[in-house]
Ligand binder design. Structure first.
Ligand code: FES
Length: 249
C-alpha cells in the first residue's frame, strides 16, 4: 500500500513530505497579526487623537471616559471586540499555527506528540465565543451610528474621505461579524428540520445568507482587522494635522 505523501503526525517538528511552499501562509499570517496587533495595542494605549470633527475612531467607540479612570478610555471597551477576535474560530486556527506551531501547517511535524485540545484552562475559555458574539452585535449597531455621524458636517449631509474610510471599516466589521460560525449555528446550525422549526422559513433564508458569508470568513477577518486599524490611523493623522481630510461633497 503506497504511503500517503505529506503525512507527518508523530514526526519530528517541521518534518514533512510536502513540496509546496507550506510555510508561506503561516509566515504571512504571523507578520500580519504581529503588525496589526502591535498597531492596535499602541493606538488603544494613546488615549488621544481619536476624534476629528464628526469622525470617531472605532477603537474608542462608544466613548466611555469615567473620571476615576486615569488611562486611555479605549482600554475600558476593547475587551469585548478583542475577546471576540481572540476566540474566533478562524483566528484560533491562525494563531495556534503561527505562534504555537500546533500544527504549523497540515501534514507538518508538530513540536508536541499529543493533542491537548481546548478542554482545559486556559483554552477552555475559547468556548465563550458565542457570548462575545452577542457583545460584538451591540458594537456593530453603535459603530453604524458613528458612520452616520461621519456623513453629517455642521448639521448637513456631506461626504469626506474619512466618511468613506469609516464606512468601509464598519462594513467589513459587519461582514466579519455576520459570517461568524457561532452566529450561523445560532440561526440554524442546531436545527435538523427547518420546516418543523419555529419561524423555519425566515431562519433558513437567514442561515443561507450567513452560510454564504461564512465561506469567506477568513477574508472578512483580515479585511476588517486592516480597515479598523486604518480608520483609526486616518482619524489620528487628521487630528494631529499630519494630513487633511478630503471633502468630496
Ligand atoms: S468564528 Fe470568527 S467571529 Fe465567530
Amino acid at each position: 500500500m503506497p504511503e500517503s505523501r505529506g503525512r507527518a503526525y508523530g514526526e519530528p517538528f517541521g518534518r514533512t513530505e510536502r513540496t509546496d511552499s507550506w510555510w508561506l501562509a503561516p509566515l504571512s499570517q504571523a507578520l500580519g497579526l504581529a503588525l496589526l496587533g502591535a498597531y492596535a495595542t499602541w493606538a488603544a494605549f494613546q488615549g488621544n487623537h481619536y476624534v476629528f470633527g464628526n469622525y470617531l475612531s472605532p477603537f474608542y467607540s462608544p466613548v466611555f471616559k469615567p473620571k476615576w479612570w486615569p488611562l486611555s478610555s479605549a482600554l475600558l471597551i476593547l475587551g469585548a471586540p478583542m475577546g471576540f477576535r481572540t476566540t474566533c474560530y478562524y483566528y484560533r486556527k491562525a494563531y495556534y499555527r503561527v505562534f504555537f506551531a500546533d500544527p504549523v501547517a497540515c501534514a507538518v511535524g508538530e513540536p508536541r506528540k499529543g493533542y491537548l485540545g481546548e478542554t482545559k484552562f486556559p483554552f477552555i475559555l475559547q468556548n465563550a465565543h458565542r457570548y462575545f458574539l452577542y457583545l460584538a452585535l451591540i458594537f456593530i449597531v453603535i459603530l453604524w451610528g458613528d458612520v452616520v455621524r461621519g456623513f453629517i458636517f455642521d448639521g448637513r449631509f456631506g461626504i469626506g474621505l474619512g466618511s468613506l474610510v469609516l464606512m468601509t471599516s464598519v462594513g467589513f466589521l459587519t461582514l466579519y461579524t455576520f459570517s461568524c460560525h457561532s452566529l450561523r449555528h445560532l440561526i440554524g446550525g442546531q436545527v435538523d428540520c427547518f420546516s418543523c422549526a419555529v419561524a423555519g422559513g425566515p431562519r433558513q433564508k437567514a442561515w443561507s445568507v450567513v452560510s454564504v458569508l461564512n465561506e469567506h470568513h477568513m477574508g472578512w477577518a483580515w479585511w476588517s482587522l486592516f480597515f479598523v486599524c486604518f480608520a483609526d490611523f486616518y482619524i489620528r493623522m487628521c487630528s494631529m494635522g499630519v494630513i487633511h481630510d478630503l471633502r468630496l461633497l
